[in-house]
Ligand binder design. Structure first.
Ligand SMILES: Nc1nc(N)c2ncn([C@H]3C[C@H](O)[C@@H](COP(=O)(O)OP(=O)(O)O)O3)c2n1
Ligand code: ADP
Length: 191
């Protein structure tokens, strides 16, 4: 059971594609405008409704590789045939300013952050079952069948790694998962 914590300066949320990270992060942002969600760089194509600079910084692979070479990324990883990374500057600026930062990143990135920011709160979001995860990612209808299969294959490895994290939240009932995340991140009661 999550107990309320002092507000985490840097927290990260990891979990398999389709588990509900984006849904819960959007709810956290609505309820806690002081929480800053890092906007990642990615080579993935925008989904319907996704806007550059809002949901992601959409990059060509060439531009992404230039970002890596320049040291402009705090972490990065390849996931399901695309690259994802966290622009370093905006995160460091907010941490210096005492603004709580949330990273929504996959497992390899979480492992990198664990090394560079050992004090970061690492939360794994798990589905109630693998079947439910598959139902959700297919029901979202944002990826091709091949992409869905790649993501489901990767999900098995991610689920195996959940014990590496400080806490695991099962996203079964959405409201319950939201309250649990707020408690872990020290946001409970700060609405
Ligand atoms: N390592 C890493 N660094 C990032 N900056 C980053 N931003 C997003 N991700 C993760 C989040 C997901 O686990 C995967 C795929 O994200 P996508 O938006 O394509 O798909 P979802 O189905 O999970 O919404 O990449 C990052 N990882
Ligand atoms: N607790 C939940 N119960 C049922 N469906 C959910 C729940 N949380 C999220 N979903 C749905 O699952 C799908 C994937 O959610 P999303 O937030 O896009 O996941 P992620 O960002 O982890 O890939 C979406 O259609 C979303 O509406």
């Amino acid at each position: 059971m999550a107990s309320s914590q002092a507000p985490a300066r840097l927290a990260l949320l990891t979990g398999p594609s389709g588990v509900g990270k984006g849904t819960l992060v959007a709810r956290l942002q609505e309820r806690h405008p002081q929480l800053w969600l890092s906007v990642s760089a990615t080579t993935r194509a925008p989904r319907e409704g996704e806007r550059d600079g809002v949901h992601y910084f959409f990059k060509t692979r060439q531009d992404f590789e230039a970002l890596v070479r320049s040291g402009g990324l705090l972490e990065w990883a390849e996931f399901a045939n695309n690259c994802y990374g966290t622009p370093r500057g905006p995160v460091e600026e907010r941490l210096v300013a005492g603004i709580p930062v949330l990273l929504e990143i996959e497992l390899e990135g979480a492992r990198q952050v664990r090394k560079s920011f050992p004090e970061a709160l690492q939360i794994f979001l798990a589905p109630p079952s693998f079947d439910e995860l598959e139902r959700r990612i297919r029901g979202r209808a944002t990826e091709s069948d091949d992409a869905i299969q790649r993501r489901l294959d990767r999900a098995r490895a991610e689920l195996e790694a959940q014990s590496e994290f400080d806490a695991v939240v099962v996203n079964d009932d959405l409201e319950a998962a939201l309250l649990e995340l707020e408690g872990l991140m020290g946001l409970a009661g700060s609405i």
